[in-house]
Design a binder for this molecule. Structure first.
Ligand SMILES: C[S@@+](CC[C@H](N)C(=O)[O-])C[C@H]1O[C@@H](n2cnc3c(N)ncnc32)[C@H](O)[C@@H]1O
Length: 204
C-alpha cells in the first residue's frame, strides 16, 4: 500500500478524534510556536497537519497566512469543514511534503508533529531537510515533534524513527540552530501513554 493510500484509508475509516495522535489542542506545539514568535502576519506552514486543531487555534490567535499540507485530502476536508467559513482563509494543499514545490523563503514558521518520524532513509531525511531549508526564510523557525527515544516504535501501524531534540536538529543539519526543546506525555484516545520530543530550530 502506498503511503497516500495508507493515510486516506486511515482518515476514511476512523473519526479524527479516535486516531492515536489526536489531542484537542496541540499545546506543546503552540508553546514552541509562541516562543518562536507569532503575530497576525506570521506565514506558517503545518506539514502533515492532517485534521488537527492547530489551524483552529492559530486562526483564533489572529494568524492570517496559514498553509496546511497533507498527503490525505480526506483529512484536509475534515479540518476545512470543521472550520466552516473560517477555513476559507487557509491554504489547503493535498500532496507529499517531500515533493512539494515550495516558494523559497515563503514561510516564517514550519510546523511538523509526527510526520518526520516516519522518515528514516537517508535520502528521505536529506530531502526533508532541503525542503525546510527552501521553505523557511533565514531567521525563520521550525517546530518539529515526533516519538522520543523512549516512545513507541510504531505510529498508525507504520515503523518510526524515534528521535531526541538533538537527533531532530541533526536531521536538519548545521544551517539550523537548536533554540528550544520540549517533551510531551501524550495519552492516546485509547488511554496509552506515548512520549514525544520536540525541537525548536532557527534557520541561520
Ligand atoms: C500521525 S499523523 C499527525 C497529524 C497531525 N500533525 C497531528 O499531530 O495531529 C501524520 C500525518 O502526516 C501526513 N503525512 C504523512 N506523510 C506525509 C508526507 N510525506 N507529506 C505530507 N503529509 C504526510 C498523514 O497524512 C497524517 O495526516
Amino acid at each position: 500500500m502506498s503511503s497516500r493510500s495508507h493515510w486516506e484509508a486511515v482518515y476514511r475509516s476512523r473519526s479524527t478524534q479516535a486516531v492515536s495522535w489526536y489531542r484537542p489542542h496541540l499545546d506543546v506545539s503552540l508553546a514552541l510556536l509562541r516562543q518562536a514568535g507569532l503575530d497576525a502576519s506570521t506565514r506558517l506552514v503545518d506539514v502533515g497537519g492532517g485534521a488537527s486543531t492547530l489551524v483552529d487555534d492559530l486562526l483564533e490567535l489572529g494568524l492570517t497566512d496559514i498553509t496546511v499540507l497533507d498527503l490525505s485530502r480526506t483529512a484536509l476536508d475534515v479540518a476545512r469543514e470543521r472550520l466552516g467559513t473560517r477555513g476559507k482563509a487557509v491554504r489547503w494543499l493535498a500532496g507529499d511534503l517531500l515533493e512539494a514545490d515550495f516558494v523559497p523563503a515563503a514561510f516564517d514558521l514550519w510546523h511538523d508533529r509526527a510526520v518526520l518520524h516516519f522518515l528514516a532513509a537517508p535520502e528521505d531525511t536529506a530531502r526533508y531537510a532541503a525542503q525546510v531549508m527552501c521553505a523557511l526564510r533565514p531567521g525563520g523557525h521550525a517546530v518539529i515533534g515526533g516519538f522520543a527515544p523512549d516512545g513507541p516504535e510504531r505510529c498508525s501501524g507504520l515503523p518510526v524513527a524515534r528521535r531526541s531534540p538533538a537527533d531532530i536538529a541533526s536531521v536538519l543539519g548545521p544551517a539550523f540552530r537548536l533554540v528550544g526543546v520540549s517533551t510531551e506525555r501524550h495519552i492516546t484516545p485509547a488511554g496509552t501513554a506515548q512520549i514525544f520530543a520536540y525541537a525548536l530550530l532557527e534557520r541561520r
